[in-house]
Design a protein around this ligand. Structure first.
Ligand SMILES: C[S@@+](CC[C@H](N)C(=O)[O-])C[C@H]1O[C@@H](n2cnc3c(N)ncnc32)[C@H](O)[C@@H]1O
Length: 314
């Protein structure tokens, strides 16, 4: 059986960091005492797929503020075979279109995707969700860097990525993802809505849009709105509330401002009293050659780090 992994490219995706993150999971998860998982900034969902593969998660609550992303997850969960029919068509069309005509194909799909948004009832899965989910995946795999950006009218406006070849989908993975999602409740909405789903036996992973590491590098623009420092601080308040009122195990990641300025103690102040670790991520910070390479991310937990000694696999 294929191990599920993200079926979309997503800015801030955590696939590169999974190996390092596993050292910081709560010991209760590794011992099998945690069976409830909550991830309210879902994006590509790399950590959810990893954790649901390694541990016995009975129930998951997954959410994101991106409506079309959530619609697509729900279609993968509930109608994977119908989705695959559409994806096969898109793959064929892309492959059979000559190189210099692919931009036109991309723009035609993007136009349709944008016009169709008025026809969609995001509250209830219906037949018109399936081509929309296929278009979302097609655009994600063929647009520039897998970005998702909306203009002020709510139109997706990322240009074509000019790829010579594009793998729009991987059938065994779509089916593995669908299976991994069977115990998940998937909801569109703000991260705060997860509060009711959390209890003392829950592991919550929070991966908000990055705090920009420099004035020029903005990784935060996912839906046309920016996640400001003010919002980072509100999230820190929410973290405290989850800790104090729910007693859940919490892990949060963000970019480390000390990459750029060793004096910047934004997260030390916002999360005072909690545990802050630093892990390395390979990604380009800016165009300046010597700043490329490994940069750190902060990992914040409300539990002690215990080196991996016991591992239970299911
Ligand atoms: C850093 S990405 C998550 C990356 C993800 N962990 C992965 O591995 O791909 C942050 C996500 O938060 C979502 N987001 C932004 N503001 C939000 C909010 N207020 N509530 C919930 N989700 C939000 C964005 O749509 C984006 O998908």
């Amino acid at each position: 059986m294929t191990k599920a992994r993200p079926f979309i490219k997503w800015v801030g995706g955590k696939s590169q960091l999974l190996e390092q993150f596993q050292n910081y999971y709560p010991i209760e998860l590794r011992r099998g005492a945690i069976k409830n998982y909550v991830e309210p900034f879902l994006g590509g969902g790399a950590l959810f797929f990893e954790i649901s593969h390694r541990y016995h998660i009975q129930q998951a609550y997954l959410s994101d503020v991106n409506k079309d992303l959530i619609l697509t997850y729900q279609v993968v969960q509930q109608r994977p075979y119908d989705l695959l029919d559409f994806l096969e068509q898109y793959q064929k069309e892309y492959d059979q279109t000559e190189q210099d005509k692919r931009n036109e194909l991309f723009l035609a799909v993007r136009k349709h995707f944008n016009l169709q948004r008025f026809e969609i009832n995001y509250k209830k899965l219906s037949d018109n969700w399936i081509p929309r989910a296929a278009q979302f995946i097609f655009l994600n795999k063929t647009c520039f860097n897998g970005l998702f950006r909306l203009n002020s009218k709510g139109e997706f406006n990322v240009p074509f990525g000019k790829y010579k070849t594009a793998t729009i989908f991987d059938m065994p993975n779509i089916l593995a993802v669908s299976k991994a999602l069977q115990n998940a409740e998937i909801q569109y909405g703000d991260y705060r809505n997860c509060f009711e789903k959390v209890n003392e036996h829950t592991f919550v992973y929070l991966d908000p849009p990055y705090r920009p590491i420099s004035a020029t590098a903005s990784f935060t623009n996912y839906t046309g709105t920016v996640f400001t420092d003010q919002e980072q601080l509100q999230l820190a308040e929410f973290f405290r509330k989850l800790d104090q009122q729910k007693g859940a195990k919490l892990m949060l990641s963000n970019s480390d401002p000390k990459n750029e300025n060793s004096e910047d103690d934004f997260f030390e102040r916002a999360y005072s009293g909690y545990h802050i670790f630093r892990v390395s991520a390979a990604r380009a910070v800016n165009c300046n050659g010597d700043k490329r390479g490994k940069i750190r991310e902060v990992l914040i937990t409300n539990y002690q780090y215990e080196p991996q000694t016991l591992e239970f696999h299911f």
